[in-house]
Design a protein around this ligand. Structure first.
Ligand SMILES: [Zn+2]
Length: 364
């Protein structure tokens, strides 16, 4: 499998604290306590522990010590996990930096597979806005970051607009309104500041990506506790997708738009340049992955669907999500056979979504 969306791994091993991994990312001692109390009650947490214990040949109760011991040689440990998950390549967003992640080079070396980094737009914009930059200065900073990333071998863009001012991007935002929005919103937190500026520049970035032949990953659907889910509905993107920039760029709607799978499938079906990607779901919502995949594959062409893990920090997250996707596809296969699809057709779908589509889009 080629992972179409993930993040760097931690810089070193040790005992694994799964309660620190998850969608509740509030800071503080009280939140830490809550995560420790509630963590083991999550289905993915239970399944990952059980499967990792089987992989390491220990009891779940002895997992912390067994993992610490097994991960002493960190690159060897990571490689074994990635081999077991049949991960052959990674599209990595290094813009997520929790838990002292290693850099791209360290991630590639430890994983032992080729990687393609993508540039997250919002950190560049957030720093410019926080420093009081004008809209024009924000545009200059963003364009320079894209140029620099291209020179460093990056192969795509990523936007978390859903985590900022939402996916209802106004295509009529221009320089004048962008500037006015920055001046007006000075008292708001940076993340909620300058909607017109963010909208104007996201549209511009789609144009730059089209020129570079880079895919643009757009966060859609569920995410961590900083997200307002109602602002992450993929259908809100329609106005942007109908602009010339929105039609010109390859737009990848990530996380299957959870829970709006049919909406993502529809957009991938009717817009020639839009793709549906299914990372994060197999990691944090592993119980119904086959059903969710079928909700997308019953409508969208297989050539428009990509699979990813959203693994981040601990390499077991990449491993667990990849294994979950592979298991889920067995159920998808059975269901397609039962419906009457030919085995050769299902084989082609499997190759397309696990490997070929991501390889084609990111040059892997
Ligand atoms: Zn991610």
């Amino acid at each position: 499998m080629i992972d179409s969306h993930c993040h760097p791994i931690a810089a070193a091993g040790g005992s694994l604290d799964l309660s620190a991994v998850g969608l509740d990312i509030e800071a503080g001692a009280e939140a830490d306590q809550r995560r420790r109390r509630l963590g083991p009650g999550r289905l993915w947490h239970e399944l990952l522990q059980v499967r990792l214990a089987a992989h390491l040949g220990c009891a779940v109760e002895g997992l912390a010590e067994a993992r610490a011991e097994a991960s002493r040689d960190w690159p060897a440990y990571v490689r074994r996990l990635f081999r077991h998950a049949e991960l052959e390549g990674l599209v990595v967003d290094p813009g997520w930096g929790g838990h002292a992640t290693a850099g791209l080079a360290v991630t590639a070396a430890a994983a032992g597979v080729p990687i393609r980094p993508i540039l997250r737009l919002e950190p560049v914009l957030d720093s410019a806005i926080a420093e009081g930059a004008t809209a024009w200065e924000c545009a200059t900073a963003l364009e320079a970051a894209v140029r620099e990333a291209a020179a460093e071998g990056y192969r795509g863009l990523k936007s978390i607009a859903a985590y900022r001012t939402g996916l209802a991007i106004d295509p009529s935002a221009d320089l004048g309104r962008a500037e006015a929005s920055l001046r007006r919103d000075r008292d708001l937190p940076v993340r909620r500041r300058g909607k017109a500026c963010r909208d104007w520049l996201l549209r511009a970035a789609l144009g730059w990506a089209a020129d570079l032949d880079w895919p643009v990953q757009m966060h859609t659907g569920f995410g961590d506790s900083e997200l307002r889910l109602a602002e992450a509905n993929p259908l809100l993107l329609d106005d942007l997708l109908l602009t010339s920039e929105g039609r010109g760029a390859t737009v990848v709607l990530i996380h299957g738009g959870y829970p709006w799978h049919e909406a993502v499938a529809h957009l991938a079906t009717v817009r020639p340049n839009v793709y549906a990607e299914c990372s994060l779901v197999p990691l944090f919502a592993p119980g119904l992955v086959a059903d969710r995949l079928l909700r997308i594959l019953e409508l969208a062409p297989a050539a428009k669907v990509l699979l990813g893990t959203d693994g981040h920090g601990q390499p077991e997250t990449h491993w667990f999500a990849a294994r979950t996707l592979q298991d889920a596809f067995c159920a998808v296969r059975d269901r397609c056979h039962a419906l009457g699809a030919r085995p050769s057709w299902v084989d082609e779908v499997e190759t397309a979504i696990f490997r070929a589509n991501t390889a084609r889009l990111y040059g892997l």
